[in-house]
Design a protein around this ligand. Structure first.
Ligand code: HDD
Length: 720
């Protein structure tokens, strides 16, 4: 049963400062009378007021009018990007080493700060699928004692463009096309790739977006980045450059594209449900916060510009130091009030954190408050409970739509004599924010720095760092996406851009498209230049001589995935009536011991007759599918196995799990079902790694911890 109760004397909600603050606005209705918005108790909410039982409704009916009017205005504009999201409450805890880099109060040793984290997809509308190939937003609101700090990042460490002035173009290109509003939540269409093909600065980001990073297994198993280089200021006022990373405790995991397509139909709320269910079950998602620190004097020691948001700092060059952790431990009470109305802004900073001149960041600093005025309707959006700071607010900003605060007194200006010249400015020693005094010197120009021009080297580093299967997935993703593009001119230009990253990549994609890779000679690849610019000077040469690798860029080889765990993994136990109770008990016990979740899936719902006690069935074959699970295990019992053998849904279940390279196991008797299921020939399936028949449940658990058995895919389609 849900832990969310509607009465006030519920089991104690965790009373961190923000939860206590929200309590002022919570409404509990259990046992209460129904009232109008004015507090008048309602006697009849089923019938409108009429002139006679069969007569017209009267304008006098204030209850009808109030109810319908409120309903008519229930919707607000969805976010122009990141419309689809899901969020949870939790806390951030600073480790002892954080304070050496920043004087921020929430980074002092052991300080625990309430947070609210919202994950999102970027392109789809609010009702779109969770499993779109897309960047995931990763936004964390810290309710610190010094005011709100917002971390507004993504699960990918770079971005498509280098300057914010291009953001509307990028988003117009990726959103559904304007004439027919097709396609929903997808980049696989003409306008997106048209834009990209003219805009080589996107190529590094494209590599990430076409990789499995863009289709996470769950939101709990992805990294988070604040993309730009930021600045941390320590207690002595010394500034350092910083890149932020969230490192997931459960490692980084993804689904495969075919699986994502199936999930979008079977359960478009897959990620949202996973986050909700795991928090309800007490499996609190956790990330550690890491920083890459660069001393100011080292700003120019790299072969890329720290201010360029299309570049990472490879972890081999500057290691990530872990400085704290975030735990999500409470679901919101109300989706609209919290998840929809939360308003993030990269410009919400506290003393100890400051900006850099990254031109993408600089433009963002304008956009986020501006967009809330349309979305939330008033400059008072900071008063909405989820946005409200736990640090007190005193200033001379006044009035506006829906003002909640009742400002007492007659002064609303500064300086003044009538109110002791307060509210007063705070010295830095009193917590006052003072902008970092960076020296700025230059002509006023609309221009791109030449140090931003190399567009392919890091894209190539990413490609080189991928395992074989990851390269194959990138090739397949590009074949899919460009295959959906109708304009051959765009496909060809994209092949040229890919050839600038890696010839092998371009060739493999071209084979799938049935095209040759055109020569790049004499073609102006970068069309994103100003009218008077020297386009040649702004043209990036192909990536050359960069054959390095970085394990942190791969999922398969990622250091975060070294620890093999089955925690919170979902396994389907396939069974029909007559199943062997002992085999079900053994596998369930083994899975639960490692923290995985076993679900009984059978041809029908209700109770499963077994050789022992009857068991409650979690899903019928009609209400779930193998794509909902990380592995499948066939229960023993001749009668059960024979029944499943003749169920196309059961056979398909195994086939699909096998095709998606998941562990497939069975008690001894299950062999026959697996043989019946083998789409690529029984022998191949039965001998494949990750298929365990009649071995101990522990073997299946080991396979589950391994995750996916990619060799199957590489064997099945060796030429991709
Ligand atoms: Fe943005 C929302 C992340 C570039 C303009 N952005 C938004 C959200 C995230 C990001 C996570 C959703 C926050 C939420 O859950 O409410 N955005 C990024 C990152 C970027 C980035 C990591 C590049 C490094 N964004 C960016 C640019 C602009 C915007 C360059 C405009 C110049 N973003 C917005 C916005 C949104 C937004 C229009 C829509 C809803 C909102 O702000 O509150 O202002």
């Amino acid at each position: 049963m849900s832990k969310h109760k509607t009465t006030k004397n519920q089991d104690a909600k965790p009373q961190d400062a923000k939860s206590a603050d929200l309590e002022q606005n919570r409404e509990y209705s259990t046992g209460e009378f129904l009232t109008s918005n004015q507090g008048t108790r309602i006697n009849d909410d089923q019938n409108s007021l009429k002139g006679g039982e069969r007569g017209p409704t009267l304008l006098e009916d204030f209850l009808l009018r109030e109810k319908i009017t409120h309903f008519d205005h229930e919707r607000i504009p969805e976010r122009v990007v990141h419309a689809r999201g899901v969020a949870a409450h939790g806390y951030f805890e600073a480790y002892d080493n954080a304070a050496q880099y920043s004087r921020a109060a929430f980074l002092q040793p052991g300080v625990r700060t309430p947070i609210f984290t919202r994950f999102s997809t970027v392109a789809g509308f609010r009702g779109s699928t969770d499993l779109a190939r897309d960047v995931r937003g990763f936004a964390v609101k810290f309710y610190t004692q010094e005011g709100i700090y917002d971390f507004v990042g993504n699960n990918i460490p770079v971005f498509f463009i280098q300057d914010a002035i291009k953001f509307p173009d990028l988003i117009h290109a990726v959103k559904p096309e304007p004439h027919n509003e097709i396609p929903q939540a997808a980049s696989a269409h003409n306008t997106f790739w048209d834009f990209i093909s003219c805009n080589p600065e996107s190529m590094h980001m494209i590599m990430w977006a076409m990789s499995d990073r863009a289709i996470p297994r769950t939101l709990r198993m992805m990294e988070g980045f604040n993309v730009h280089t930021w600045r941390l200021i320590d207690a002595q006022g010394k500034g350092r450059f910083v890149k932020f990373h969230w490192k997931p405790k459960l490692g980084i995991h993804s689904v495969v594209w075919d699986e994502a397509l199936q999930i979008s139909g079977k359960d478009p709320d897959f990620h949202r449900r996973d986050l909700w269910d795991n928090i309800e079950a007490g499996n609190f998602p956790e990330w550690e916060l890491g920083v890459q620190i660069v001393e100011e004097e080292d700003e120019h020691k790299f072969d890329f510009d720290l201010l360029d948001a299309t570049k990472i700092i490879p972890e081999e060059l500057v290691p990530v130091t872990i400085i704290g952790r975030m735990v999500l431990d409470r679901n919101p009470d109300n989706y609209f009030a919290e998840t929809e109305q939360v308003a993030f802004h990269p410009g919400h900073v506290v003393p100890g954190i400051d900006f850099t001149n990254d031109p993408l960041l600089q433009g963002r600093l304008f956009s986020y408050t501006d967009t809330q005025l349309t979305r939330l309707g008033s400059p008072n959006f900071h008063e909405i409970p989820i946005n409200r700071s736990v640090a007190p607010i005193h200033n001379n900003q006044r009035d506006g739509h829906m003002r909640q605060q009742v400002n007492v007194g007659k002064t609303s200006y500064s300086p003044n004599l009538l109110n002791e010249n307060t509210p007063k400015q705070a010295r830095q020693s009193e917590g006052g924010f003072a902008s970092y005094q960076e020296r700025v010197d230059g002509n006023k120009v609309r221009a791109r720095s030449k140090s931003f021009v190399d567009h392919y080297s890091q894209a190539r580093l990413f490609w080189n760092s991928q395992a074989d299967i990851e390269k194959t997935h990138i090739v397949k993703a590009l074949r899919f996406e460009l295959g959906k593009v109708e304009a051959e001119s765009v496909r060809k230009r994209m092949l040229i851009l890919l050839s600038q990253v890696a010839e092998e990549l371009a060739q493999r994609v071209a084979t799938g498209l049935g095209l040759e890779v055109p020569a790049a000679d004499g073609i102006q690849l970068n069309l994103a230049v100003s009218a008077d610019a020297d386009a040649t000077a702004l043209q990036s040469g192909p990536a050359t001589g960069k054959e390095g690798q970085s394990a942190a860029l791969s999922i398969v080889n990622n250091p975060l995935n070294k620890e093999k765990s089955i925690e919170t993994r979902q396994v389907a136990i396939l069974a029909a009536d007559g199943a062997d109770a002992t085999s079900i008990a053994a596998i369930t016990k083994a899975l639960q011991a490692g923290g995985a979740v076993a679900k009984l899936v059978a041809p029908h719902l209700g109770q499963l007759r077994t050789t022992g006690e009857a068991l409650r069935i979690d899903f019928s074959l009609q209400t779930t599918a193998s794509v909902m699970f990380d592995g499948v295990y066939v229960a023993g019992g001749e009668q059960s196995v024979q029944a499943l053998r003749h169920q196309p849904d059961a056979v398909h279940f195994i086939n699909e799990a096998f095709r998606h390279c998941k562990p497939v196991g069975s008690a001894d008797a299950g062999r026959e079902l697996l043989q019946a299921a083998a789409y690529a020939g029984a022998e191949e399936l039965l001998k494949s790694p990750g298929v365990s028949i009649g071995s101990s449940p522990e073997q299946f658990v080991t396979d589950l911890a391994t995750g996916r058995f990619w060799q199957r895919e590489l064997n099945a389609e060796p030429k991709v």
